[in-house]
Design a protein around this ligand. Structure first.
Ligand code: CUA
Length: 326
């Protein structure tokens, strides 16, 4: 079971395909159970026949070693049996697999579905809410009890979008859009990750789905439509200057006047509310500073240059300014 657990993403809380938290994940678990059941049945039947034959036709003391056993040149009955049984088993597997796969990906979503564009970059996830003109990175907020249609694309290489306890996975390909519909029934934090080897930092290309009750989700959207950034202290003001000089070429910060510049790095709007730094470390001042000094150590191969040429005071100022992004 442990090996099976690894395959289905078990290990951390709310990150198991065996403990689904929404209807899509539940349907996928039904498929996992059905295919595991059929495979187990096949293994048991084949093993039983094997053991029976080995015991029944074993060499016994006193056997005539020169005697040739009865030779079978072909059996129509047997051939029909071992052709039709696998065909029937494959049909039982294929019908629900195909219908479930297409239900989640190819159909037009029902009215009321929330649309989110998700884009994979080396090594982070960007999210846009086209109906609200809101965007974010590495943490996607959704309402509970409502279908969410993720329109998946990739900026550079092939990535894959997977939230084990909600459903997936679905590849994110450059140059085309894939569709994946998910739903969370309970509020909570669901871990997601890239499930396609995409480079040196594939293993740390993670994201989080944060599911809120519908009213709280609307509040989150409203707060994101009016992001704030008010540096008050001298230190925060110095940090603001440094961020403006060093970061906004790649990172957009709405509410701070840098909403259209940077789009090659994750958006930093509302950064102080994120639970993680770069999707990889807990969001606290110490980790943020570590990230600013040497991002290549934490996520090798990512595009961010380090700021090890800045002194400690300057780095602290940048960290303090980022705390003002609400
Ligand atoms: Cu992106 Cu692996």
């Amino acid at each position: 079971m442990a090996g099976f657990g690894l395959l289905t993403g078990c290990g951390s809380p709310h990150m198991s395909a065996l403990d689904p938290k929404g209807p899509v994940g539940e349907t996928q678990l039904d498929l996992i159970n059905l295919s595991t059941g059929i495979m187990t049945l096949v293994v048991i039947v084949v093993a039983a026949i094997y053991i029976y034959v080995v015991i029944k036709y074993r060499e016994r003391p006193g056997d005539d070693k020169d005697e040739i056993p009865e030779q079978v040149a072909g059996s129509k009955k047997l051939e029909i049996l071992w052709t039709t049984v696998p065909i029937i088993l494959l049909i039982i597997l294929a019908v629900p697999t195909i219908s479930t796969t297409f239900r989640g990906t190819d159909r037009e979503p029902e009215p009321g579905t929330l649309r989110i564009n998700a884009t994979g970059y080396q090594y982070w996830f960007g999210f846009e809410y086209p109906d609200y003109q809101v965007s974010t990175a590495n943490e996607v907020h959704i309402p509970t009890g409502r279908k969410v249609e993720f329109l998946l694309a990739a900026h550079d290489v092939v990535h894959s979008f997977w939230v084990p306890s909600l459903g997936g996975k679905q590849d994110m390909n450059p140059g085309r859009t894939e569709r994946l519909i998910l739903q969370a029934d309970e509020p909570g934090l669901y871990e997601g990750e890239c499930a396609e080897l995409c480079g040196a930092s594939h293993a740390t290309m993670r994201f989080r789905v944060i599911a809120h009750p519908p009213a709280e989700f609307e509040k989150w959207i409203a707060s994101r439509k009016q992001p704030k950034s008010k540096p008050k202290t001298e230190q925060q003001k110095q940090g603001h200057k440094l961020i403006a000089q060093n970061c906004i070429g790649c990172h957009a910060i709405q509410g701070a006047g840098y909403d259209i510049l940077g789009r090659t790095g994750p958006e930093l709007t509302g950064f102080s509310h994120r639970t993680r730094v770069a999707g990889a470390l807990d969001n606290n001042r110490e980790n943020l500073k570590k990230w600013l000094v040497n991002p290549q150590k934490i996520k090798p191969g990512n595009r961010m240059p380090g700021f090890d040429h800045l002194d400690d005071k300057q780095l602290d100022a940048m960290v303090e300014y980022l705390q003002t992004l609400k």
